[in-house]
Design a protein around this ligand. Structure first.
Ligand code: 5RP
Length: 222
């Protein structure tokens, strides 16, 4: 089974999980990335069964709209029963690293509003300790070098993601060589650095459930 087939299987599993809960006024929180894209494509066949979606990136908003699914501004929505999104890494406590697609800040905001975060991943994302995947940090452009120096003091090796500007007009530092034994503490510590918008650790608000694609089928981890 290829990685793409595992991603398709978890996208379908997430859809099967939410379909019985869809009502005509339901608005869904939708994430960003290749797995979220597969979910959007599968969701499109059921677009008449719910109201619309809030997207965590312009790319996902464009994809939803191309399928004819209405996209709402989060400021006009107070209730999101589900947030469906992928991740770059997850640990046994459902802490995540996200932001490989540079959408971490909006992902974190939509996840914060949502009741249930259903994280859809293939088995290559599973780790014991977070940090093999470089931790993305969204930074106000003028603070890039300052924040990079501070991240070195925290034990990481930050690299500027050249040529990438986030949907919020900011830049990304990818922090290599972190062994993240206390994700909540590090999430907070990095967010305290002046100039940081947010970082890709989803520990204070992790996933509620992980659906993991494997060659043997989809596993549910809670
Ligand atoms: C984007 C993300 C994605 O969820 C993460 O990068 C996983 O992407 P994919 O589903 O393509 O493997 O956090 O910012």
């Amino acid at each position: 089974m290829t990685q793409d087939e595992m991603k398709k299987a978890v996208a379908q599993a997430a859809l099967d999980r939410i379909l019985p809960h869809l009502e005509e006024d339901t608005i869904l929180g939708i994430g960003t990335g290749s797995t979220a894209n597969l979910f959007i494509d599968a969701l499109a066949a059921h677009k008449t069964r719910f109201d619309g979606a809030v997207a965590s990136s312009q790319a996902s908003a464009d994809r939803l709209k191309a399928h004819g699914i209405p996209v709402y501004d989060l400021n006009s929505v107070s209730n999101l029963p589900f947030y469906i999104d992928g991740a770059d890494e997850f640990d046994p406590h459902l802490n995540l690293i996200k932001g490989g697609g540079a959408a971490l800040t909006r992902e974190k905001i939509v996840a914060a509003v949502s009741k249930e975060f259903i994280c859809i991943v293939d088995q290559t994302k599973q780790v014991e300790v977070l940090g093999n995947f470089p931790l993305p940090v969204e930074v106000i452009p003028m603070a890039r070098s300052y924040v990079a120096r501070e991240l070195v003091k925290l034990g990481g090796d930050p690299e500027y993601r050249e040529g990438v500007v986030t949907d919020n007009g900011n830049v990304i530092l990818d922090v290599f060589n972190l062994k993240i034994v206390d994700p909540k503490a590090l999430e907070q510590q990095i967010n305290m650095l002046t100039g940081v918008v947010t970082n890709g650790l989803f520990a204070h608000r992790g996933a509620n459930v992980i659906l993991m694609g494997t060659p043997q089928g989809v596993q549910e981890i809670t």
